[in-house]
Design a protein around this ligand. Structure first.
Ligand SMILES: NC(=O)c1ccc[n+]([C@@H]2O[C@H](COP(=O)([O-])OP(=O)(O)OC[C@H]3O[C@@H](n4cnc5c(N)ncnc54)[C@H](OP(=O)(O)O)[C@@H]3O)[C@@H](O)[C@H]2O)c1
Length: 334
């Protein structure tokens, strides 16, 4: 009989946590036990698919688990993910707490799963930022041509701010008396608006979301000298992020070569016709990231312009973590 796994899920009632449960069930992941955690507010809530109920975090709560998915924010991961690893469970962490720590791998399985092959015992594995993950697939495909410069502008959905972000947008949207809208989860009202501010500002006047994309991309692609600049914007879509991307290559390559490279990349759907494209609503719920509007820049040499769309709750969060778990199983690490 094939092996079954004992899996922990911290943040099981959040928008990312719910996607983990969906992925485990729809992919028939072999589960012996699911142990879900959330705050005291959710204590006792049932997860019928796995005949279990929400617990709170306490000492010893990870004992006997093979792996634990974390999606409850930086502070909880910082405190509890190392405890999961110490208890012998691989901790797959969706927060930003360990991403840029050189002692921890930051993994997009289609790009750098070699990090997982080298692991000898349970540790904390970081899942990248949602906007970073979707950008990695087209950039990895273009890497053989030498990626020297990247500029990216994002169009990010309300779900990126969790269940409260979705609730704030859906409460505001039906009310056309815009003067009644208040800022809350977002720095300004999001309905009928767009907000160039995701996360906090740093000393260089970039936002933390922009820094995540810039720094995490260099680490995942192993391109420490990559010139990459990001500008992130929250828009009033419910789910699925989009990005306009300018990529400068070392080589002068044809459009056919660029298309062929994208088509070879796992996890990427390529629109060959430059006048066809996906929108966030089209890509919502899909596992693959899509690349479309593929055309050559007229202003800068060897530069390609792309439109990249990906479900931030799936490939941008839970699916990428789930694929890390699948890879650990495939490599017999658990
Ligand atoms: N949303 C995205 O697109 C996205 C993408 C990539 C990464 N992430 C990361 O994933 C994490 C979760 O994001 P989300 O969007 O799913 O947020 P969310 O919808 O707000 O969910 C937060 C989860 O954390 C739980 N939680 C809160 N306090 C807790 C505590 N003291 N102990 C245990 N659990 C607690 C909540 O439980 P209650 O229901 O009981 O409050 C809920 O299950 C964050 O680190 C976020 O940065 C999110």
């Amino acid at each position: 009989m094939s092996k079954k796994f004992k899996v922990g899920l911290v943040g099981a009632t959040g928008v990312v946590g719910e996607k983990f449960i969906q992925l485990l069930t729809e992919n028939n992941f072999p589960i012996e036990e699911l142990r879900p955690f959330a705050s005291e507010r959710s204590l006792g809530q049932k997860i019928d698919a796995y005949n279990c109920e929400i617990q709170t975090l306490k000492d010893g709560c990870f004992d006997g688990l093979d792996m634990v998915f974390f999606s409850s924010g930086d502070e909880i991961s910082l405190e509890w993910a190392p405890k999961a690893a110490a208890a012998g469970a691989y901790a797959i962490d969706n927060s930003a707490a360990f991403r840029m720590n050189p002692e921890h791998s930051l993994v997009v399985p289609e790009v750098n799963s070699d990090c997982l092959e080298k692991m000898n015992s349970a540790e904390v594995i970081a899942n990248p930022n949602c906007s970073t993950i979707q950008l990695m697939l087209p950039l990895n495909a273009l890497k053989p041509f030498g990626v020297s410069k990247v500029r990216v502008a994002s169009y990010q959905a309300a779900s990126g701010a969790g269940k409260q972000g979705i609730a704030e947008l859906t409460e505001q949207a039906p009310n056309l008396n815009l003067s009644e809208h208040q800022a809350g989860v977002f720095t300004k009202p999001l309905a009928y608006n767009c907000i160039p501010h995701i996360g906090g500002f740093n000393d260089d006047d970039f936002t933390s979301e922009e820094f995540k994309i810039m720094n995490e991309s260099k680490k995942i692609l192993s391109l420490p000298d990559l010139k990459i600049s990001a500008f992130t914007v929250r828009i009033p879509t419910l789910n699925t992020h989009a990005e306009a991307v300018w990529v400068t290559l070392d080589k002068d390559v044809s459009r056919d070569e660029v298309i062929a490279a994208f088509k070879k990349q796992d996890g990427l759907t390529t629109f060959e016709n430059p006048r066809e494209y996906d929108t966030p609503r089209d890509s919502n719920g899909k596992y693959n990231v899509s690349v479309s509007r593929i055309h050559k820049d007229l202003a800068e040499e060897n530069t390609w312009i792309l439109w990249v769309v990906g479900d931030n709750l799936l490939k941008g969060a839970a699916l990428n973590g789930f694929q890390i778990a699948q890879k650990l199983v495939q490599l017999n690490k658990v």
